[in-house]
Design a protein around this ligand. Structure first.
Ligand code: ADP
Length: 255
């Protein structure tokens, strides 16, 4: 709120004073715009798989289902669309979850097996791309935090490292304690330009839309990482160079 007080002398010689309060609407407008953009992005992202699903069901019902090969092929595409919708909905819900309204309990996390378990989820792609994944952190290290928020942070970072690595590359995961607790995920993948680094935490922002969509990316992963890290009282930093690779570091309060 900006306070203003104007004083002026009119032609009649009288001294007038005008008091007024002007609200700073800039911030309110910015938030409104962000909300509108979010809704319009969500609708757009949801529309794509739904349109595809409707198209394929219609073609199948029009007779394409009689050919067993076409039937299988179309069903596979439809399954992909449905999975995409499922992931989008899950991530949108994750983003709208407010840590302040849901009281998660602290849990002691054994970091090494926890990390191994997440890596295992991506074993198929890791094998296909012949990636080397190494964990440098202490096998006995543990950290107590809200699992529901910590898990998606680590999962998204590892998923991205796998996704944006090319064949025969190496992913290095480290965690430990200095003045704070840190968790880093380093890859030798495609890297992110300085300019894009400024935007990758925005909802739905993707450097290469086609590539990200093809690999099942929604552009929401890093927004979730940033949101949740902040809810846990920490920060995310990125160090990346195009063509050389990327390191994401999460810093959280020590316990
Ligand atoms: P997506 O679902 O597309 O991966 P994210 O929010 O997780 O969405 O990431 C936003 C964008 O940042 C990605 O589309 C990609 O262009 C870029 N990105 C994220 N992580 C990496 C990485 N490890 N290496 C290169 N690019 C990355």
């Amino acid at each position: 709120i900006l306070d203003m007080s104007l004083r002026f002398i009119e032609e009649d010689g009288n001294d007038y004073q005008v008091l007024g309060i002007a609200y700073d609407l800039t911030r309110v407008r910015q938030l409104e715009k962000m909300q509108k953009d979010f809704v319009s992005n969500v609708s757009h992202e949801l529309k794509t798989p739904v349109t595809s699903l409707l198209g394929f069901t219609e073609t199948l019902l029009d007779g394409a289902k009689e050919d067993p090969e076409t039937l299988t092929q179309f069903l596979e595409i439809m399954q992909k669309d449905a999975l995409r919708l499922q992931q989008l909905i899950q991530e949108i819900l994750q983003l709208s979850r407010d840590g302040k309204t849901i009281a998660y309990d602290d849990q002691k996390i054994e970091l090494y097996p926890f990390t191994e378990e997440i890596i295992r989820t991506y074993r198929k792609t890791i094998k296909e791309k012949k990636l080397t994944v190494q964990i440098l952190g202490d096998t006995t290290a543990n950290y107590t935090t809200k699992y529901e928020l910590f898990y998606p942070i680590v999962k998204n970072l590892i998923e991205n490292a796998v996704q944006y690595s090319q064949t025969n590359e190496t992913i290095t995961i480290d965690f430990g304690f200095t003045d704070f607790f840190y968790f880093t995920v380093k890859d030798t993948g495609i890297g992110i330009s300085q300019k894009d680094q400024e935007r990758i935490f925005e909802r739905f922002y993707r450097v290469d839309k086609a590539r990200s969509r093809h690999s099942g990316g929604t552009g929401l992963g890093l927004s979730i990482v940033q949101n949740y890290t902040e809810l846990l009282g920490g920060t995310v930093t990125i160090d990346s160079h195009l063509g050389l690779g990327t390191t994401f570091t999460i810093q959280l309060p020590k316990n």
